[in-house]
Design a protein around this ligand. Structure first.
Ligand code: NAD
Length: 268
């Protein structure tokens, strides 16, 4: 069995990951971490996740448990993930990162760290979204600069970053396909007297409401018709399954920074 540690164990994704691990035949939960001030420290990780006793007690010190896991799954916040990546990669272990909202500097550092440990990082681990990247690249290749492109995303009211990492990643795929620089062409929300739309821009609209797990639509709009490619996640289990698939896969890889396409075997 591949031994997996989950950090952010009491969070929405942490609990779902622990539930998914309980059902796995190749991966087993061997450690769980939370914020040092969390009231869940010392509790059984399985019980916190609502799947019964796991005999794994939630702790807070990743470095003290390095010999207790093969891969760390991290769905927390960028600062925590970066600190964990320093520890895990220095020990030559593997990491699966689902956290979103990294700065360019943090991304660069992850790249450097992946020279000593294997890191799989994806803003969205669902198979459907990763297929979506392929589909929108195909659409952009055909439609080129003749359409207005908008990315609309919706998430639950507790999400703390916007636009979603997935929306930004979809934007990157489009910008790369069209030979544009996303930093130059992205427009985030609109208000007031905006003037007419520039066709070279890629628009982002964000909805935060209720318990929406994650919806993304890429719209290609021309005069007379529009094409919309939509993905809707209805359960966090889809992300957890992707993270588990990556955790089983990454043990076979050498150091490097990988994405979900690599895991799924659909890289270009
Ligand atoms: P959440 O707030 O429910 O959970 C985050 C958890 O991290 C919390 O329990 C928090 O206490 C814990 N945490 C904070 N500091 C910590 C520390 N120092 N050590 C250990 N744990 C710590 O959030 P969530 O909805 O589970 O999402 C977490 C992240 O995953 C976000 O960035 C979100 O955007 C991202 N996400 C990614 C995917 C994907 O497929 N890649 C899917 C869903 C969510």
């Amino acid at each position: 069995m591949i031994r997996v540690a989950v950090t952010g164990a009491a969070g929405r994704m942490g609990r779902t990951l622990i539930e998914a691990l309980t059902a796995s035949e190749v991966l087993s939960l061997s450690a769980a971490f939370e914020h040092p001030q969390s009231s869940f420290i010392g509790n059984d990780a399985g019980e916190v996740a609502g799947v019964g006793k796991s005999s794994v007690v939630i702790g807070s010190d990743v470095s003290a448990m390095l010999s207790g896991f093969d891969v760390l799954i991290d769905f927390t916040i960028p600062e925590v993930t970066m600190a964990n990546a320093e520890i895990v990669c220095a020990a030559g272990k593997n990491m699966v990162i689902g956290t979103t909202g990294f700065s360019d500097v943090q991304r660069q550092r992850l790249h450097q760290l992946s020279e000593s440990g294997a890191i799989m990082q994806a803003a969205n681990m669902s198979v459907g979204i990763n297929l979506c990247h392929k589909l929108i690249a195909m659409a952009a290749q055909v439609l080129r600069d003749d359409v207005d492109i908008e990315i609309i995303e919706a998430h639950h009211r507790d999400k703390i970053d916007a636009p979603s990492g997935t929306a930004l990643a979809l934007g990157e795929t489009l910008a790369q396909t069209l030979g544009r620089d996303l930093k130059q062409c992205a427009v985030y929300g609109r208000e007031g007297r905006t003037g007419v739309r520039d066709r070279q821009t890629i628009g982002f609209e964000t909805i935060r409401a209720g318990d929406i797990v994650g919806d993304h639509t890429v719209m290609f709009a021309d005069e007379g018709e529009r094409l919309e490619i939509t993905h809707k996640a209805s359960s966090r289990m889809t992300f957890a399954k992707g993270a588990l698939r990556a955790s089983a896969w990454i043990g076979e890889q050498g150091p490097g920074l990988y994405n979900m396409n690599d895991v799924l075997g659909i890289s270009d």
